[in-house]
Design a protein around this ligand. Structure first.
Ligand code: 5AD
Ligand code: SF4
Length: 450
């Protein structure tokens, strides 16, 4: 008989992909997804701890779910992901009704753990070892013979190419929550992309904390391949129409990778390259291992080989020791690059990070003002950048349909809304003439094919 799984995912694309893998693994044990926790036999919370108050949010959500256990004695509740990794046994101390605590590298063991819990209300499973290089091949083995199957209409997929991070940016929890960097084998990656394309997937995003250092720490003996080399191989999978990747550390962005934007036609002209700060003093305290000048050089290189490339970034304001002058440097970098978009955050202390111990913290009010100033200037620039697309014809991949209104995405990662009477389906590519630009999306009408 089918059992009901409710899974709530916070955080990054890595977590979303992990949740998908869990859904697939559990589908083999007859679990079907439900959208309400009230009707579930198993509730899983896949957590993120990247920024402020992450732990409190998880505990408060658990508090809300606790009464469901009273109603349904068979219900199991599990906490996964980065907060689970970090808090481990503290979770069951604070929320004793939790049955499973599963760290970032243990998710492939969920089915086996659930078997042990079945029908038993007294046992509990906690697994938060950072297991290292065996994890990714283990996933692969479990999924063999039961390939990732995108539900009908799912034409964009993430493919994890590596896990963990070796960079130790001073503000970041990831090395402690996801462990050391391990790259997956080229053969496994190609096999997964091929399977996905056979099932109708048109666009793949290669996923890792720092994809630019792919191949430096391999999970299995494999002939050495750089990230650029991997992109060339994946791009040759017949039937794949669009290729993207995320996320990149600028320090590892090579000339070879920059050239890929000229050499690989299915590589989308969009680059998310987190800079974090425009001040060399702050970049050094963040342990980012590049300077503002080196970052700008790489941006110039990208624009030289691919003038239509759309650039996005991440910014942290109010890092410890950030003076008015340091922040002015960040604003100046924004004016220089004119990013198409950015994600910006107030600095927050995170557990097990070096910057948590820095003593020269920036007051909350100043962080708030700087964030506001950055975001309002970014909004103006995004609008100005987007207006440049008006009257151009863009190739748009359809994502969804609401009656006669379609939503799609350009190679530059802009969302486009356009009316359409013809039955275009998700995954189909159409030409759209852009008629209006907003801050976060474009509007257009169907045009002749480019
Ligand atoms: N405080 C604020 N923002 C952070 N980020 C990562 N750690 C912190 C922190 N301690 C931001 C960075 C990163 C994005 C995913 O989250 O900008 O690129
Ligand atoms: Fe959140 Fe980072 Fe963990 Fe992703 S890797 S879930 S962003 S803490």
């Amino acid at each position: 008989m089918a059992k009901h799984l409710y899974i709530k995912t916070f955080g990054c694309q890595m977590n979303e992909r992990d949740s998908e893998i869990i859904e697939q693994l559990l589908a083999q044990s007859s679990y079907v997804l439900v959208t309400e926790p009230e009707s579930a036999d198993l509730i899983l919370i896949n957590t993120c701890s990247i920024r402020d108050k992450a732990e409190q949010k998880v505990y408060s959500l658990l508090g809300q779910l606790a009464p469901l256990k009273k109603k349904n004695k068979q219900l199991k509740i599990g906490v996964l992901g980065c907060v689970a990794q970090q808090e481990s046994e503290n979770i069951v101390k604070r929320a004793p009704f939790v049955d499973l605590v599963i760290g970032t590298q243990q998710i492939y063991r969920i089915p086996e753990m659930l078997d042990r819990l079945a029908g038993n209300v007294t046992v509990r499973e906690i697994a938060t070892d950072l297991a290292g290089s065996f994890v990714i091949p283990a996933f692969q083995k479990l999924l063999k013979g039961n390939p990732p199957s995108p539900a009908s209409g799912e034409f964009r997929k993430f493919v994890t190419i590596m896990q963990g991070c070796n960079n130790y940016c001073s503000y970041c929890v990831v090395p402690s929550t996801r462990g050391r960097e391990v790259s997956r084998s080229v053969a496994d990656i190609l096999e997964e992309v091929q399977l996905l394309v056979e099932q109708g997937v048109k666009e793949v995003t290669l996923l890792g904390q720092n994809v630019n250092s792919y191949g430096q720490t391999n999970a299995v003996a494999d002939s050495p391949v750089t990230f650029a080399g991997l992109l060339h191989k994946v791009a040759k999978v017949p039937g794949l129409e669009r290729l993207r990747f995320t996320t990149s550390n600028p320090k590892d962005l090579s000339e070879e990778l920059i050239r890929c934007f000229a050499e690989i036609d299915i590589l989308c002209p969009h680059f998310h390259l987190p800079v974090q700060s425009g001040s060399n003093h702050i970049l050094q305290r963040m342990n980012r291992k590049y300077t503002r000048e080196q970052y700008l050089e790489k941006i110039e290189g990208l624009r030289r080989v691919r003038p239509d490339i759309a650039l996005a970034t991440d910014i942290i304001v109010g890092f410890p020791g950030e003076s008015d002058e340091d922040f002015a440097q960040t604003m100046d970098l924004l004016e220089t690059v004119r990013f198409h978009g950015s994600f910006s955050f107030k600095y927050s202390d995170r557990p097990n990070t070096r910057s948590a111990d820095f003593t020269d913290k920036v007051p909350e009010q100043i962080k708030k003002e700087r964030l506001q100033q950055f975001q309002s200037r970014q909004d103006q620039i995004s609008l100005e950048q987007n207006k440049k697309y008006v009257d151009t014809v863009q190739t748009v991949m359809v994502e969804s349909r609401d009656n006669e209104k379609l939503k799609g995405r350009t190679g530059t990662n802009h969302i486009v809304h356009f009316p359409c009477q013809i039955n275009h389906h998700p995954g189909e590519t159409v030409a759209v003439k852009i008629t209006r630009a907003g801050m976060h999306s474009l509007q257009g009408e169907l045009a002749e094919k480019i």
